[in-house]
Design a protein around this ligand. Structure first.
Ligand code: URA
Length: 240
């Protein structure tokens, strides 16, 4: 659903007239909404859904675009609505954005970290479509260790489902007696790809966090919090 505004505001937003002048135009019977002449003030319209015409010419408004990054906690689904009524990432952004935004791709319910949200479909396409090769970096914690041959396989591509992954960049960050922390950068975004890649080399992922999409970094944004992308970050995404 688009933003809902008063008709005279819509006319002013389209650049056709000031709000005052728009009110006069409505009084003069020059404005139609969805084919019907508007006879009174106070009518509301939905941007992007209702068709507003002035003197027979359609007035269009470019919907304001929002670009947001969220540090998604585990326990949230990356969809707008969940069939099992689990909390969604949209719940975390709340009603603070006056229009509908959508997650760009997905993070699993049990994965945390960097998730982009926007109402700009072109950006969603660029970040998620394999042909743009937008790298994604994750910190994975696996239980136990990983063999040299396991690392080698991840770095050269492994078979998951019926697909061979592109070579990944993989580095060990830390090891302990019971677990290993690695950084892995992949070039595609198959469903549960990182977990499946580790599975394919006999390792179980017990924690997963996305830290980077292309050049966009999660940085020190606290878990569960969101912020608008900077104009620099937005331009980077547009130029992918
Ligand atoms: N890979 C996974 O396994 N899970 C995610 O959420 C993202 C990438």
């Amino acid at each position: 659903m688009g933003e809902i505004v008063r008709l005279q505001k819509y006319i002013a937003m389209s650049g056709a007239a000031s709000r005052r002048a728009a009110e006069t135009m409505i009084d003069e019977g020059r404005v139609k909404v969805n084919g019907k002449t508007v006879g009174e003030q106070g009518v509301k319209v939905e941007i992007g859904a209702d068709k507003v015409m002035l003197d027979g010419k359609e007035l269009k408004i470019k919907e304001k675009k929002y670009y947001i990054m969220l540090n998604k906690p585990t326990g949230y689904v990356s969809t707008v609505k969940d069939q099992f009524d689990r909390p969604t990432v949209i719940d975390l952004v709340g009603g603070e954005i006056g229009t509908r935004i959508f997650p760009v791709g997905r993070l699993d319910y049990d994965t945390e970290g960097l998730l982009l949200l926007t109402n700009d479909g072109a950006i969603t396409h660029k970040v998620t479509h394999p042909k743009f090769h937008t790298d994604k970096t994750y910190i994975a914690v696996i239980s136990g260790g990983i063999s040299v041959s396991g690392l080698h396989k991840l770095r050269h591509g492994v078979k998951i489902d019926n697909y061979k992954t592109a070579p990944a960049d993989v580095e060990i960050l830390d090891t302990s007696a019971t677990k290993t922390m690695l950084e892995i950068t992949i070039h595609e975004g198959k469903n549960r790809q990182v977990r499946k890649m580790f599975d394919a080399v006999g390792c179980k992922v017990i924690g997963l966090q996305r830290t980077r999409i292309g050049n966009i970094e999660l940085g020190n944004l606290p878990l569960g919090r969101w912020r608008h992308l900077t104009s620099h970050e937005v331009n980077y995404l547009k130029n992918l």
